[in-house]
Ligand binder design. Structure first.
Ligand SMILES: CC(C)(COP(=O)(O)OP(=O)(O)OC[C@H]1O[C@@H](n2cnc3c(N)ncnc32)[C@H](O)[C@@H]1OP(=O)(O)O)[C@@H](O)C(=O)NCCC(=O)NCCS
Length: 265
């Protein structure tokens, strides 16, 4: 069988069971999260690799909200019988062609360094695949999914980076909103916020949100801002947050995502 014998096509409802079976064979938790994601976020942007009449692989993209053409890679899996024949690379190259037609600027992928007691690092092949097509590691969050299991985020520029344009974010006020538990994690929360008025939240307001997180048994709280929203630095520092990563050119070229973390001991 040659890569040219395979067909790459949009995922249909009838493909979902076969896709989930491939994912389940690799990891039970990924199977459940993938099933939820197809159910709640739909099949738009998702593709399957077919050999004859069988689904042998899956990949896809989801748009990052409030960004200039930034995307996240979605579940990317190949049936175990078909690995090691450049089909993973083929799926990603086909997906990049589709993304370039959409004028996608940047693609991120989130993965884990989970070590299975029997099988070792189950995402290492995927990480090697990402690196082989040009992804660069941008952020590592230790103890993210579970204690001892980090989140790794890789980024790929799909177009030459352009000079930054000026935006008006730095004049806008920031209001804290709800805490929510981050999907796929155990007791790790993120704090929502919105632009409103002219003032920035205070350290005391943030400390109240952290008290709420403690009551919910949170292990960590994350919050992220565009890199030009500098008025948040002081209240974040005063309430005990530490800078923990930067996603380069996340919102647009020259406008990064600054990530901050508060670890509850
Ligand atoms: C990740 C996956 C799709 C890769 O597919 P694949 O067809 O086996 O990979 P390819 O043959 O296309 O390999 C492409 C590149 O990845 C790297 N790679 C893949 N498997 C590797 C391995 N076992 N050892 C070292 N490098 C490997 C190589 O750099 C390779 O390029 P090269 O051969 O030109 O050096 C497949 O291994 C898989 O389904 N893994 C389990 C699912 C998974 O972990 N998904 C990611 C969830 S975040």
């Amino acid at each position: 069988m040659q890569p040219s014998d395979c067909n790459f096509r949009p995922m249909k409802r009838r493909h979902i069971d076969a896709v989930l079976k491939i994912i389940e064979a690799h990891d039970e938790d990924d199977f459940e999260y993938a099933r939820d994601s197809y159910e709640h976020s739909g099949r738009s942007g998702q593709y399957v690799l077919m050999y004859e009449d069988a689904v042998i692989g899956v990949t896809g993209h989801r748009r990052a909200p409030d960004t200039d053409n930034t995307f996240w890679l979605s579940w990317t899996y190949l049936d175990a019988d078909y690995r090691g024949r450049k089909l993973g690379k083929l799926m990603l190259e086909k997906l990049f062609d589709i993304l370039k037609q959409k004028e996608a600027r940047k693609l991120f992928v989130s993965t884990s360094d989970y070590i299975d007691p029997q099988r070792g690092s189950i995402y290492l092949d995927a990480i090697n695949l990402y690196k082989s097509v040009g992804f660069k590691e941008e952020v590592v969050h230790p103890d993210y999914y579970n204690p001892g299991e980090s989140q790794l985020i890789y980024g790929l520029e799909l177009q030459p980076v352009q000079p930054a344009t000026k935006r008006a974010n730095n004049k806008r006020g920031i209001v804290l909103e709800e805490l929510f538990e981050i999907g796929e994690t155990e007791n790790v929360y993120a704090a929502d916020w919105c632009f409103s008025g002219r003032k920035c939240f205070t350290a005391d307001q943030m400390k109240r949100l952290l008290d709420d997180a403690r009551e919910r048994n949170a292990r960590s709280v994350f919050i992220s801002f565009p890199s030009d929203v500098r008025k948040v630095f002081k209240p974040l520092e005063e309430s005990g947050f530490q800078p923990c990563g930067i996603l380069e050119n996340y919102f647009e070229d020259g406008l990064h995502e600054y990530q901050f973390r508060y670890t509850i001991s």
